[in-house]
Write a protein that binds this ligand. Structure first.
Ligand SMILES: O=C(O)CCC(=O)N[C@@H](CCC(=O)O)C(=O)O
Ligand SMILES: [Zn+2]
Length: 356
């Protein structure tokens, strides 16, 4: 084996890339080394680590797993840190190319959603709009876009099989949810939704899916729209501090993600829409003034529906009331910046008319 730096030797021994990231939240020099099983490991920056297994016929996927885009969403950070550790220490054998991202290390250290600005509203070039690259989150969004672009475009593998791109951006919700785990399927511009992706989500124990109807500045929409990846935001339960997550509740997601990266295919069952709760966005409510106020309690869960006419929120003189039977709330948050989404109203839907 070629000479290893002390840092690389330590990583091979304890596998704690999260700890290395959190000790260097503002950046890490790029470096590369090879695992005893032949996998190339490239540390590209703080929180950015790429694994490339030796060439093989079954190496057909380019997978991005991200977590900690919001710093206080810890369960996904624990899942990804463990996966990286097992790859580095050789306990898990990789089959496909994999890029793992710990999105916002400074916010993870501070145990907050964001430091200055919501990182998950800065993709698809939004980082450089308006005032431009004025804070660390804007710079990080631009850098993450560049790492993802390079990862998808610079494939060394030369087998003839077409490659497939994936990005699963793992989050947890601020409040509890009627359906504890759910996914956001970014707007596909009328391209068909993918059965295989619903099957993968079900393997992760995620059977509630929110279908978006418009472009967004989120990481998952960026990967889907810019890179043609099958991409999702996946919400795994409710925000908890490190060490307070009941990881048993995410056992299936953890196992399916490990299978995704380490086996030719994930064990799934055939898609049956009846097994899912599918929603689409009926309307987005954006915060317009500092007076924006929610008219229900903090412990009201995502996907709660109220009778028509119920007052949900006020924003100065504007009143938001339930307009439609079955309309339910999701992601209500009065603390967002002015102009940003403060709540989505969703209604049940189907994918039967446009699924491949
Ligand atoms: O619980 C909440 O209010 C927010 C949880 C969260 O961070 N959700 C993501 C969803 C991204 C998407 O719409 O794809 C976010 O708000 O960034
Ligand atoms: Zn989040």
């Amino acid at each position: 084996m070629a000479h290893l730096s002390t840092q690389h030797a330590q990583l091979l021994q304890h596998g704690d890339f999260l700890q290395l990231t959190l000790s260097n939240p503002d950046g890490l020099p790029s470096s590369q080394f090879t695992l005893p099983n032949g996998t190339t490991v490239s540390i590209l920056d703080t929180g950015v680590i790429c694994f490339e297994p030796v060439l093989s016929e079954s190496n057909t996927k380019d997978i991005v797993l991200s977590c900690g885009v919001h710093g206080n969403e810890t369960a996904p950070i624990e899942i990804c840190a463990e996966l990286v550790k097992d790859l580095l220490t050789g306990q898990l054998q990789l089959k496909h190319r994999l890029l793992v991202l710990f999105g916002n290390p400074a916010a993870i250290n501070a145990s907050t959603r964001e430091i200055t600005e919501n990182l998950n509203r800065l993709f698809s070039g939004h980082h450089s709009m308006g005032a431009g690259l004025i804070n660390a989150e804007r710079k990080r969004a631009k850098a993450l876009e560049e790492y993802v672009s390079r990862f998808y475009q610079e494939v060394r593998v030369t087998n003839v099989v077409p490659r497939n791109r994936y990005l699963y951006d793992l989050h947890t919700a601020i409040r509890g949810s009627r359906f504890e785990k759910f996914a956001v399927y970014p707007f596909l511009h009328n391209k068909p939704w993918q059965k295989a992706q619903f099957e993968f989500l079900q393997a992760c124990d995620v059977t509630t899916v929110l279908l978006m109807q418009t472009p967004a500045s989120t990481f998952s929409y960026y990967a889907s729209n810019t890179h043609g990846a099958d991409a999702f935001t996946i919400e795994l339960g409710k925000v908890q501090p490190f060490g307070r997550n009941d990881m048993q509740r995410f056992a299936k997601a953890r196992a399916a993600l490990r299978q995704l990266v380490s086996e030719a295919a994930v064990s799934t069952v055939h898609f049956d829409e009846q097994q899912f709760q599918l929603y689409q966005v009926y309307r987005a409510i954006n915060k317009q003034t500092q007076e924006f106020k929610l008219h229900f309690a903090d412990d009201v869960e995502n996907f709660t529906a109220y009778p028509q006419g119920t007052l949900l929120a006020t924003d100065g003189d504007i009143e938001y009331r339930v307009e439609r039977e079955g309309e339910a709330i999701i992601f209500p948050n009065a603390k967002v910046a002015i102009g940003q989404r403060a709540m989505l109203m969703v209604v049940p839907t189907t994918v039967a008319h446009n699924i491949a």
